[in-house]
Design a protein around this ligand. Structure first.
Ligand code: SER
Ligand code: ZN
Length: 667
């Protein structure tokens, strides 16, 4: 049997939709197996597409009951219906604005794909990103079609929620109005037997917002941390980006069956319950951090995603890369900045670098897809965030702020592209970003190799960048790489504080003059670009950087690679544990200027996975038993040698032994 591959969707084929919905009114009559959806949509011709056009509306798995245009029911013959949607020929449409009305029937209970309207444990809920709305009713289901929605829900469920502000309700019905034009993927509806944790937030311009977290009855006492995280997110977005919330209510609902972690539907975020519920008895530190981060992420989408959305799904990184970047900034401000950066880089290397090494390697802004649901990847999200971090280091914090202000100003209420995004940076800072754009269009992880030279007080670093071909992209022209570098003199003092070197060529040298002695370089500080740094460093230099580097990321990286090298040697030769490593660990352990979480991370030994990979890279067959026994032997040596300082640090940190979810804030 041969299967035909569906035709890919191409970025270059983009065309605006020929009609603009100016108002959408939906009525839901909910029944588990047969819900009715009545839609009334006012369409007006889109001046961006001149001439007359057929009307195509997406629609899948819908039972169509009737359609009317300007109050006139259409005969079945006037409609062309397929598995993907429905077309009405231009000749059947009025020449100008018209009212579309239709009624369809859907089966929420039978919807096990969890896209569109479905049931989770007796609760009606929706997931429409990316293309789920077409399973609710016929509609131009694409992100550049934005409209205000008014929704009426009729159901015997006690709690009936949708986007926007509540307008009216009575027994068995409720109406919601969302004044902000939005694409259909941000539509949401929830109906269920739920209870709420209520709270309020007053925005800095004085708007009082009702906040609610809706859960099942037994879960009410586990919502407190999520609510606290939401309020901190709202304050942070006002302070850091000048963004205020824009409706009278903000609702969060926790459901058990959810494909994505959570979803930023306008005014009605829906979460997988494990990302909302937490209690000190069962949740770990990591659970709390994740809840805080995802609550923030979805909230931040209100501006980066909802008020400004994506023109098409090729631009997914426009909202996701930026919103991940923003939630990373938030977590760093709430907790330990260095620990957050290290965690993010570990995730990037484990997920995105691996993605880039295989057949699925794709650009941050792809130019073709077959199934958009397969593009919610580490490249779009995590590398998308790294690219914004690089932009920020290139234009500086002030330039970044000016560019973002311009972005919100210029594109509010619109569906934007990566070109629009880069243009605001060019206009706000005067920088030409033509070469930088390759980070969006070219796939693959660049490898950066380094050569050093020292003569007569001048130290030269020569970098070479190389990106291997990826599927469909053989040529890889050089990219702009911001390389953050610092120099230390041999006694450990910093002689050059962090400086951004802008590499634009395939091979490029940077000179540092007037130095009294050959410095030790600290390269790619803060992991300033998502690249692999190839540089041979011996153990003595690693121990030196672990003890003296002022950049926390490189300090940690030096310790991690030193411990890995030491362990690999122990595994291969049975060598004694290195005392150099032990004493470098001791320096970090006792450095009171470093926050405890960061010190704990620095002292963590490499994972078995990491060691096995390094052994493989070196041409050896990993022996799990030796990996385990040698790791244990090194840990024992560290514990014995550092027994006293470890005990002191532990005693100083411990209190009454009870778990608290308070976070260590950066002072
Ligand atoms: N848009 C959703 C999110 O990023 C889907 O994952 O939060
Ligand atoms: Zn997101």
């Amino acid at each position: 049997m041969t299967e035909t591959q569906p035709a890919p969707t191409l970025l270059k084929d983009y065309q605006p939709f020929p009609f603009t919905p100016t108002q959408v009114d939906l009525t839901f009559r909910l029944k588990p197996k047969a819900s009715r959806v009545l839609s009334k949509i006012r369409f007006t011709p889109n001046p961006a597409r001149s001439g007359r056009h057929d009307l195509f509306l997406n629609g899948e798995k819908l039972k169509l009951l009737w359609v009317a245009i300007d109050g006139q029911k259409l005969d079945a013959g006037a409609l062309h219906v397929t598995d993907e949607g429905l077309t009405i020929a231009a000749s059947q449409l009025p020449d100008g604005p018209f009212l579309w009305e239709a009624e369809v029937e859907i089966d929420p209970e039978g919807n096990t794909a969890l896209e569109g309207l479905y049931m989770s444990g007796g609760i009606y809920c929706t997931q429409c990103e990316a293309e789920g709305f077409r399973k609710i009713t016929y509609y131009p289901d694409r992100p550049d079609v934005m409209a205000p929605f008014r929704v009426r829900i009729e159901s015997n469920m006690p709690v009936l929620l949708s986007n926007g502000n509540p307008v009216a309700s009575g027994p068995g019905w409720a109406e919601w109005d969302d004044p902000w034009p939005k694409p259909a993927y941000l539509f949401a509806l929830v109906a269920g037997d739920l209870v709420n944790l209520p709270d309020t937030f007053t925005t800095r311009s004085g708007r009082k917002v009702d906040l609610n977290i809706w859960v099942r009855k037994g879960d009410l006492d586990r919502c407190g941390y999520a609510m606290d995280s939401l309020k901190r997110s709202m304050t942070w977005d006002e302070d850091a980006y000048g963004r205020e919330y824009d409706l009278d209510v903000f609702n969060i609902v926790a459901v058990d069956d959810f494909n994505m972690g959570a979803m930023e539907n306008k005014g009605l975020n829906i979460f997988n319950s494990k990302l909302v519920l937490a209690s000190p008895e069962t949740a770990t530190d990591l659970d709390y951090e994740r809840i805080e981060g995802v609550i923030a992420h979805e909230y931040f989408h209100n501006w980066t995603g909802n008020r400004i959305t994506c023109r098409d799904w090729f631009q997914l990184c426009l909202k996701e890369g930026l919103t991940v970047f923003r939630d990373q900034q938030f977590t760093s401000d709430m907790r330990s900045g260095p620990v957050k950066r290290i965690d993010d880089v570990l995730t990037l290397r484990a997920r995105q670098f691996r993605e880039d090494m295989g057949p699925l390697s794709h650009p941050v802004r792809p130019d073709s897809y077959i199934e958009i649901n397969n593009f919610y990847t580490a490249t779009i999200y995590e590398k998308g965030a790294e690219v914004i971090g690089m932009l920020r280091s290139l234009v500086g914090t002030d330039g970044y702020r000016r560019a973002l202000d311009l972005y919100f100003d210029r594109h509010d209420g619109h569906a934007a592209t990566i070109e629009d995004w880069l243009k605001v940076f060019e206009d706000a800072t005067g920088r030409d970003l033509t070469q930088f754009k390759r980070w969006y269009t070219d796939a693959g992880t660049p490898r950066l190799s380094v050569l050093e030279a020292w003569s007569d007080g001048t130290y030269t670093l020569t970098f070479r960048q190389e990106t291997a071909p990826t599927p469909g992209q053989d040529e890889k022209p050089p990219r702009v790489i911001p390389i953050a570098v610092g120099l230390l003199n041999p006694n450990g003092d910093e002689v050059l504080p962090t400086t951004i070197l802008e590499m634009t060529e395939k091979m490029q040298s940077f000179r540092f003059e007037g130095l009294a002695s050959r410095p030790v370089p600290s390269i790619l500080r803060g992991f300033s670009a998502p690249v692999v740094l190839d540089r041979k460093v011996d153990q003595a230099e690693r121990a030196f950087l672990l003890a003296h580097d002022t950049d926390p990321f490189n300090k940690w990286e030096a310790g991690r690679t030193l411990a890995r090298d030491v362990l690999i040697q122990m595994i291969l030769t049975g060598d004694e544990p290195s005392l150099r490593l032990v004493s470098a660990f001791e320096t970090v352990l006792l450095d009171e200027s470093l926050d405890p979480a960061f010190r704990a991370l620095c002292l963590r030994l490499p994972s078995a996975d990491d060691l096995a990979q390094s052994l493989k890279d070196g041409g050896h067959i990993p022996d799990p038993e030796r990996i385990h026994s040698e790791t244990l032997r090194l840990a024992r040596t560290i514990a014995e040698r550092l027994q006293k300082p470890l005990a002191t640090v532990f005693t100083n940190l411990s209190d009454d032994g009870r778990f608290r979810n308070t976070v260590a804030r950066r002072s």
